[in-house]
Design a protein around this ligand. Structure first.
Ligand SMILES: [Zn+2]
Length: 465
C-alpha cells in the first residue's frame, strides 16, 4: 500500500444533508438499517472464518508476486471458492503485469570485518555483474547530506541510513535513492529498510529510476545492519561491501483481476465496490498485505448472501492484481469499467492490514461524508465508527480520480510497518477477532451504502489538501 495523509475526524453533525432527503425519508437514513447492520456484525464476529481463509490462502499458495504461477493458482482457487460460496457473476478480467525476477542476491561486509549482511533487493532494480560489485561505502542520513557530500560518492556504494518517521515520508528513500546516488557517480545504492522496528528483517518494495541517471542496483539492508555501518563510518573505519544481485526484468505477462457480486435487487447497474489487492511481494506470504483485505471484502459479500441481505444496488468484490509493483490491476479495472464509473456509488478498499478497525478514511463531497459518518455510527460496537478525511487506498485511487467517492479501511496500524514487505508478513501476525471486526466494518459500510434510497451525493470533492 501507499499511505495517504490523514486529517482529523470531521464533526459528525456539522454537515447538513437536508437537500437530499427523499420522499421516503427513513429509507435514506442510515440508522434505519441498524437491524441489518447488527446481524452482519453478529455473523462476522461469531467465528474465525475470515482468519481461517487468510491462513488457507497464504499457507497453500505462499507469496503471490506478479508474474508468478503461485499468484495465478491462488486466483484460480479463489474463483472456485467464491462460486462454491454462491457469489454471483464470479469472473476474472485480464491484466498485463510486469515481471521482475529477484534472482540470487547477497550483500557481504568485506571490511572492517567479514560478515553476511541482511538484505533484500528493491523491486524493479537492475542486477549487478555476475561477480558482484565491491566498493567502499559512503553512509549518508538524507538526500540533502548526499548533495553536500556528492564529491565523496563517486565510485562508491551509497547507503542511505534514514530513520523511519512516517511511511509516507521515509518511503521516498526507497523510491529515489538509486537515481540520487547514481547522479553523484555511485555504483550502487543501499537503504535502511523502511520500517520503525526490525529483527534483522530487511523490507523490499518498489523503486524507480529517473531517465536522467544511470541505472544502478539498489537494495535494502536490515535496520540493524544499516545502523552498524553508520557507526563504523563514524569511528573512521573504512567500510567495504560486496553486493551481488541477479535481478532482471522480463517481458510482461498476463494476470487477472477477480470480480464477484451480490446483484442489487432494484438498481443492479449501480455499484458499490469493496476490495483489496490479491498480489503481494515475493517474500513472506502477504498475509497482512493484502490477503487480509482481500478476504475481508470477500467475506463481507459472502455474509450478505448467507443472511439473505440483498441490497438495493450491486455490491461488487474486486481483488486487484499487481498493486505492489505496477498498479496495473487498478488501472485496468478503471479502463474496463469506464462506461459505468458514473454509476459507481462508492469504492472501499482495505490495504493497511486487518488489525483492530478504527473506521474509514473518506474522499468525496461534504454531503456524502455526512452520510458515511452516519453509516459508520452503526459500527460503534466494533470500534470502527470514525470517519477521517481525506482517505483512500492505492487500488481505488484511479476510481477516486475519476470522481467516485472512495474510502480506505482505517485500523490500528502500529505493527503494520514492522512486518510490511518482509519475510515476517505471515498470518500469525493477525488476530482472528480483529480480522472479524474488519469484515463487519466492510460489510456494514458496503451494505448500507448499497441500500440507501439515493446514491451518495457526488458534488465537488474537497480541494486537494
Ligand atoms: Zn498492499
Amino acid at each position: 500500500m501507499r499511505r495517504m495523509r490523514l486529517l482529523p475526524i470531521i464533526a459528525l453533525s456539522a454537515v447538513g444533508s437536508a437537500a437530499l432527503v427523499p420522499a421516503d425519508a427513513s429509507a435514506q437514513r442510515p440508522d434505519a438499517y441498524r437491524a441489518q447492520a447488527d446481524s452482519l456484525i453478529r455473523a462476522a464476529t461469531a467465528d474465525s472464518a475470515a482468519w481461517n481463509r487468510i491462513a488457507e490462502l497464504t499457507d497453500r499458495f505462499g507469496p503471490r508476486f506478479s508474474g508468478t504461477e503461485s499468484l495465478e493458482r491462488a486466483i484460480d482457487w479463489i474463483v472456485e471458492e467464491m462460486r462454491a460460496d454462491g457469489l454471483e457473476n464470479v469472473r476474472t478480467e485480464p491484466v498485463m503485469v510486469p515481471r521482475w525476477v529477484r534472482g540470487a542476491e547477497s550483500a557481504e561486509l568485506v571490511s572492517p570485518r567479514r560478515t553476511r549482511l541482511h538484505m533484500l533487493g528493491l523491486g524493479g532494480s537492475v542486477g549487478t555483474p555476475a561477480e558482484g560489485i565491491e566498493a567502499e561505502v559512503l553512509v549518508v542520513g538524507s538526500f540533502a547530506e548526499l548533495e553536500r557530500r556528492a564529491a565523496e560518492a563517486r565510485g562508491k556504494i551509497v547507503l542511505f541510513d534514514v530513520p523511519f518517521t512516517t511511511y509516507r515520508e521515509t518511503v521516498a528513500y526507497r523510491g529515489g535513492s538509486a537515481s540520487a546516488a547514481a547522479k553523484a557517480g555511485a555504483v550502487a545504492a543501499l537503504i535502511r529498510s523502511i520500517g520503525p522496528f526490525g529483527m534483522q528483517t530487511p523490507h523490499t518494495g518498489g523503486m524507480r529510476y529517473d531517465t536522467a541517471a544511470p541505472r544502478i542496483p539498489a537494495a535494502a539492508l536490515s535496520m540493524e545492519d544499516a545502523m552498524m555501518l553508520r557507526r563504523m563510518q563514524a569511528r573512521g573505519e573504512r567500510v567495504r561491501v560486496r553486493l551481488a544481485m541477479g535481478a532482471q526484468t522480463l517481458p510482461d505477462v498476463q494476470s487477472r483481476n477477480v470480480i464477484a457480486e451480490i446483484r442489487g435487487r432494484e438498481r443492479p447497474d449501480e455499484v458499490v465496490v469493496v476490495g483489496g489487492h490479491i498480489d503481494s511481494w515475493d517474500v513472506g506470504t502477504g498475509a497482512m498485505d493484502d490477503a487480509g483485505g482481500s478476504v475481508a471484502a470477500w467475506e463481507a459479500v459472502r455474509l450478505m448472501k448467507r443472511l439473505n441481505l440483498r441490497p438495493r444496488r450491486t455490491v461488487r468484490v474486486v481483488l486487484w492484481t499487481n498493486e505492489e509493483n505496477g498498479l496495473r490491476g487498478a488501472n485496468a479495472y478503471r479502463d474496463a469499467h469506464r462506461a459505468e464509473l458514473d454509476r459507481h456509488v462508492l469504492a472501499i478498499e482495505s490495504d493497511i492490514g486487518t488489525f483492530a478497525p478504527r473506521g474509514f478514511g473518506f474522499t468525496g463531497s461534504d454531503a456524502a461524508a455526512a452520510v458515511v459518518a452516519q453509516i459508520a455510527a452503526l459500527l460503534e460496537t466494533v470500534g470502527a465508527d470514525s470517519i477521517i478525511r481525506p482517505g483512500g487506498a492505492p487500488d481505488i485511487g484511479p476510481l477516486i480520480a475519476a470522481g467516485v467517492p472512495g474510502m480506505g479501511l482505517e485500523v490500528d496500524e502500529s505493527r503494520y510497518f514492522w512486518y510490511h514487505h518482509t519475510d515476517a508478513d505471515t498470518v500469525d501476525k493477525l488476530d482472528p477477532a480483529e480480522v472479524a471486526r474488519c469484515v463487519a466494518a466492510m460489510a456494514v459500510m458496503a451494505y448500507v451504502a448499497a441500500e440507501l434510497l439515493e446514491p451518495l451525493p457526488r458534488g465537488a470533492p474537497p480541494a486537494a489538501r
